[in-house]
Design a protein around this ligand. Sequence first.
Ligand SMILES: *Cc1c(COP(=O)(O)O)cnc(C)c1O
Ligand code: SF4
Length: 460
Amino acid sequence: MSILTLSNVFQETQYQAVTLANFEKFSQIQRLPEELIKDIRVVGSVLPFKTNTYVINRLIDWSNVPDDPIFTLTFPRRGMLTPEHYLRMEKLIDSGADPRLLRQTADEIRLSLNPHPDGQMRHNLPVHRGQKIRGMQHKYHETILFFPSQGQTCHAYCTFCFRWAQFVGIEGLKFATQEAQLLKSYLLEHPEITDVLFTGGDPMVIKTEILAAYFNVLLDKELPRLRTIRIGTKALTYWPQRFVTDSDAKGLLALFEKTAASGKQLAVMAHFNHYVELSTPEARAAIRAIRKTGAQILTQSPVMKHINDKASVWARMWRRQYRLGCIPYYMFVARDTGAQRYFEVPLARAWEIFRKAYSKVSGVARTVRGPSMSATPGKVQVLGVTQAGQETVFALNFIQARNPDWVGRPFFAKFDPQAVWLDDLKPAFGDKEFFYQKELDELLAADRAHVPPVPIDNRF
Ligand SMILES: *Cc1c(COP(=O)(O)O)cnc(C)c1O
Ligand code: SF4
């Protein structure tokens, strides 16, 4: 189908953001009960709120609101703030407080919500010629995360997102870099890196022309050890038109094709939370278009209460992904930031969901791993709950680790049905600490020694 005919088929080809400034003018919102509208106003003034007309017209089932998973995914809800925080903001808004005071209070609340879990701001920043560099994170040997500065937003925001600190404009909290050359010189000094993962925000908000400038540096013949360029994105859900009908969609696909043809792999790390996101002709056309360029699509999602905490949702999502040519890759545990309380699923429950869904799909979709916590020492997978002698334990395993030698060595924690994160777990069998703890402390201390006395992120 040509782009012209697709524009006739697709109802939403012109991107339009829906934010606090305009959401009340949409008919779907006008039909909501007043208290839900107020919750959006109050909670949306603390957590970043942005959605768009594709999401509200094509993905949300408004007859199922407020329980609809995609509504919950992009619209702020009362339960996402603590009652105290909610009341504090509500009072200010109701009293018509000065916008400066509103912003200041919202910032205070945000800072109390652990905007950078696991020391993301402090650790993992690469050191290059004696200086920490912003806009990159190098935690696992093979893969470097790159945050292009033009990609620090998304076509819509997820209410659970741990990246939200970058969006709301708190000064000094933003990672970014425009320096593709700096990335290249870092790669030249680190031959162990095989993968660059573009992340954000959503790098797919970046115009093709600018993306091409980054890609061209990476496709350079001087970087033969770089094998894979990955792009972490939720655009297949929030704006699939990016790959199909947008004015620079064609150029983007050509860039993907050129990358694949260069001998490096291009992997689109697509973020999908629910099978509904894969149901529209727009999303399907985008997946087809990307696959045609020779790029792979791997999928990942956290498991979250109110959105996808059912095995049947995951089994259906993985099957659908496989059928459309995507490779199920990771199931994550929601991390300890922002509105985590609202979304959290205990580890034991996450494992049950994973196990049940995994057992219901054919082997070709069992490429997925999880449930996995991206915690300070690494990506820790909950292998399951089991009995060891008299003790009930969690069996755990590193999928990725700060020290590669920790990977693939099962270890055990006391079973705790309420535990939601690695920090909640205690070693089993009366051990004082997990096997990696001493080395981890040493690694973190060495890392800290590099931190300059002034905030490293003061550029923003
Ligand atoms: C998840 C992650 C990666 C990529 O890990 P893979 O297992 O290779 O997909 C890289 N860096 C960081 C910091 C991560 O959290
Ligand atoms: S698309 Fe990704 S970065 Fe953007 S809000 Fe959602 S989870 Fe966060």
